[in-house]
Design a protein around this ligand. Structure first.
Ligand code: IPE
Ligand code: IPE
Ligand code: MG
Length: 234
């Protein structure tokens, strides 16, 4: 595929783990475990296909509403995955964790901060993982940071342009978000990258995330390549 037809940055809403487990009469956390394995494979597929960055929605600001044992299970899975993430980082992958990480357990925060720091120079691929992430919270956070800069005199209110705003978002180091893929049959953003998706293309798929395969990624990219992106022009 021509490079210009390839999305530079894909957002994945990894949804359907619970239903996948339920279909097998297994606990929801079994679905999350399977989903995490698919995350790892998807990073490699994206890279093989020539995509430059991918962000995975792993835990939203709203997901704290779930039963405590499910939340705990997801956090423990993350702890286990930190090892895999470190191995992936050795392959020139830069990791950026987006969201309010300060609400995560201290040991997880320490690891995630360290991974971000030690992979800063990697340029082969950018993997974003959204944890305690909410698009509205991200926008409110950017507004707060800009307000602080105005108070300190670093900025004037008139300097607050779209570009200045984007520099305060968690995704300032990512290429533009071209495509959002949501499996599981739901057709909504659920507070994922709402600023960044303003002109992204959307592909909703019926497959549940733990069943997501390379052919599904290829078919989403194929569909993207045939979309006519006008950005308000003609
Ligand atoms: C997505 O799968 C994973 C997280 C939100 C952590 P779900 O757990 O939402 O799966 P369904 O939607 O209930 O099937
Ligand atoms: C979105 O899925 C969040 C993640 C995939 C992490 P949800 O399952 O939480 O979204 P809703 O509740 O269907 O909107
Ligand atoms: Mg869901």
């Amino acid at each position: 595929m021509e490079e210009e037809n390839l999305p530079r940055h894909i957002g994945f809403i990894m949804d359907g783990n619970g239903r996948w487990a339920k279909k097998r009469a297994m606990p929801r956390n079994f679905g999350h475990k399977q989903g995490a394995a698919v995350f790892k494979k998807t990073v490699n597929w994206c890279r093989e296909l020539g995509v430059r960055a991918a962000t995975f929605y792993a835990f939203s600001t709203e997901n704290w509403k779930r039963p405590a044992d499910e939340v705990k299970g997801i956090m423990n899975l993350l702890r286990k995955y930190i090892k895999d993430i470190r191995a992936m980082a050795k392959e020139d992958v830069r990791f950026i964790f987006i969201g309010d990480l300060t609400k995560l357990d201290e040991d997880i925060q320490v690891e995630l901060t360290d991974i971000m720091e030690t992979t800063k120079q990697n340029t082969g691929f950018i993997t974003g993982v959204a944890l305690n992430y909410g698009g509205r919270a991200e926008i409110a956070n950017a507004a707060r940071l800009l307000a602080e800069k105005c108070v300190s005199g670093e900025l004037e209110p008139g300097d607050i342009t779209e570009e200045a705003f984007e520099r305060e978002l968690y995704t300032s180091k990512f290429p533009p978000l071209d495509l959002v893929i949501r499996p599981s049959g739901e057709q909504r953003l659920s507070n994922f990258l709402i600023w960044q998706a303003a002109y992204a293309e959307f592909v909703f798929m019926d497959v549940l995330w733990p069943d997501f395969k390379k052919k599904d990624l290829e078919s989403a990219i194929e569909e993207y390549a045939h979309r006519s992106r006008r950005f308000g022009g003609v």
